[in-house]
Design a protein around this ligand. Structure first.
Ligand code: GDG
Length: 472
């Protein structure tokens, strides 16, 4: 089911990142949301990334390649408490099972409430009666409730891009109940996997005694029913595969092959974030080198890790730890013409990335927790069908639920990672092709457009009991 002709879509997320039509250089999420916004003549609302001394609610309207955007500046205190604070120092670590680095400060929670209220107040005048609203991610969980409090009765959906934590972890959050109850303001709430959805349901059954969980994960609390759904995001598979065959990608592929000089390449691509398991990955690779002396000088790991969230202390710490670890491993194993780890702290254009993925015999994707993980899907989409590489994937990434043909590993176990590397390097071509074909079928069928249509179809269905997703 497409969304109803009259319904205009309003997307609300922390940052606004529209993509040009057919843009090979943009992430799949931006492409899919931009396509939906163009189709429905919608608006994308969010923070500009800029600051102002006094929040006025002034909206900057722009158009980017047919996508209307509406952005606001925030006060420095908002950015500190809402973005660097509650979003990235409280919720992000807690929802990635890292209660040890989570910080709980009332000021953060207050800033989070304040910004969500400011977003609601600012976006409300833009909303027309038939619009459907789609709110994204952990920065904006209470936004739906803030909109309802201001009388908005439109259909509102929420999608969480990161894991939902187990109940016992969530209980450590001082305002956990308030946060979860606010989710009942939405009509549809989406998670990437059944696991994350089940953790949400566990919390609801244990902590919200009045709630009733019915068929199709329709949950009723205080007379309001919401639909919870596992709806895994995909990539823009067609565009990504095409970009792997464009000149920039082919160039990058050739350059990588020449610089590899006959050695097998293992690729990792991750934002520099503690959830991505980079230290554990390096240790697993080191274990592989230690237990396979015949591989010394014949294989290398290229780790691309653009820094992120550098205003947050735990991110500065992980960066320093990785500098030390890569230096130690290289110091121990390198010789004059070979280094085992090429560790690169900068980003690359997307099309070049596609060529680099294609040149790698192994895609090493080992997050300790990840809502989905799109790099795993991009690696698969970039492969040469005649001679594909092997995906090694953490069982703790949401993507593992759809990608059982990868070599699934426990990223905490250096031995497990080392064994998988050895197995992947020795894997016969026929097995590589068989596994890749199965993975690619999934990546093609459940792409980002499929995800966007499935979610918006559910959201557009007027009655939560309506089985809209079966028709999608
Ligand atoms: C969140 C959730 C969920 C990385 N380095 C470069 C580069 N990237 C691109 C990758 C990929 C994207 O960034 C990262 O996506 P992930 O899914 O791996 O991770 P998060 O950023 O943590 O995203 C995650 C996602 O939301 C969507 O719901 O899957 O679980 O944490 O597309 O290719 N892109 C370019 N140069 C780089 O150097 N151009």
């Amino acid at each position: 089911m497409e969304f109803r002709a009259m319904s205009r879509l309003i997307v609300i997320s922390n940052r606004v990142q529209p993509a040009a039509d057919g843009a090979g250089n943009q992430g799949g999420l931006a492409v899919a949301l931009s396509a939906a916004l163009r189709e429905s003549n919608g608006i994308w609302f969010g923070w500009s990334g800029g600051e102002t001394d006094h929040f006025t609610g002034h909206i900057n309207f722009q158009r980017h390649d047919g996508v209307a955007t509406a952005t606001v500046d925030l006060e420095p205190q908002d950015v500190e408490e809402y973005y660097n604070g509650f979003a990235n120092r409280t919720l992000w670590p807690l929802f990635h099972y890292r209660i040890d680095v989570a910080e709980f400060e009332r000021g953060f929670a207050e800033g989070y409430e304040r910004v969500n209220a400011r977003f609601a107040e600012t976006v409300q005048p833009l909303i027309e009666p038939d619009d459907i609203l789609w709110v994204h991610d952990y920065h904006l969980i209470p936004l739906g409730a803030e909109l309802r409090a201001r009388g908005v009765t439109n259909r509102i959906g929420f999608f969480l891009h990161i894991p939902w934590p187990p109940m016992q972890l969530l209980l450590a959050l001082p305002n956990h109940r308030e946060l979860v109850e606010a989710m009942f303001a939405y009509d549809v709430i989406g998670f990437h996997t059944r696991d994350w959805l089940d953790s949400f349901l566990d919390y609801v059954s244990a902590e919200l005694p009045g709630a009733v969980i019915g068929a199709d994960d329709i949950i009723t609390l205080n007379g309001r029913s919401i639909r919870a759904v596992a709806c895994p995001i995909g990539i823009d598979t067609q565009a990504f595969r095409d970009s792997a065959n464009q000149p920039n990608a082919l160039n990058a592929f050739q350059r990588m092959r020449i610089s590899a000089n006959g050695r097998e390449m293992i690729i990792g691509v991750d934002r520099l974030d503690y959830s991505k398991g980079l230290q554990e990955r390096f240790l697993g690779y080191e274990r592989f080198l230690a237990s396979h002396p015949e591989a010394l000088g014949r294989v290398f790991l290229l780790q691309i890790a653009p820094p992120s969230r550098e205003d947050v202390q735990s991110y500065r710490e992980i960066r320093a730890a990785l500098d030390g670890l890569s230096g130690r491993i290289n110091g121990e194993y390198a010789d004059v013409e070979w280094v085992p780890i090429r560790y690169v702290n900068k980003g690359y254009p997307r099309d070049e990335l596609a060529g680099i993925y294609r040149a790698a015999r192994i895609g090493l994707v080992t997050p300790l927790r990840d809502g989905m993980n799109l790099v795993a899907k991009e690696y698969v989409a970039a492969q040469d069908p005649e001679d594909p590489g092997v995906l090694i994937l953490s069982r703790f990434a949401g993507a593992a639920e759809q990608m059982g043909e990868a070599l699934l590993v426990n990223p905490h176990s250096a031995e497990d990672v080392a064994d998988a590397i050895a197995r992947a390097l020795a894997m016969p071509r026929a097995e590589r092709i068989r596994r890749w074909r199965a993975l690619m079928d999934g990546v093609e069928q459940e792409d980002v457009l499929w995800w966007q249509r499935r979610f918006t179809a559910l959201l557009a269905a007027p009655d939560p009991e309506a089985p809209a997703d079966r028709a999608a």
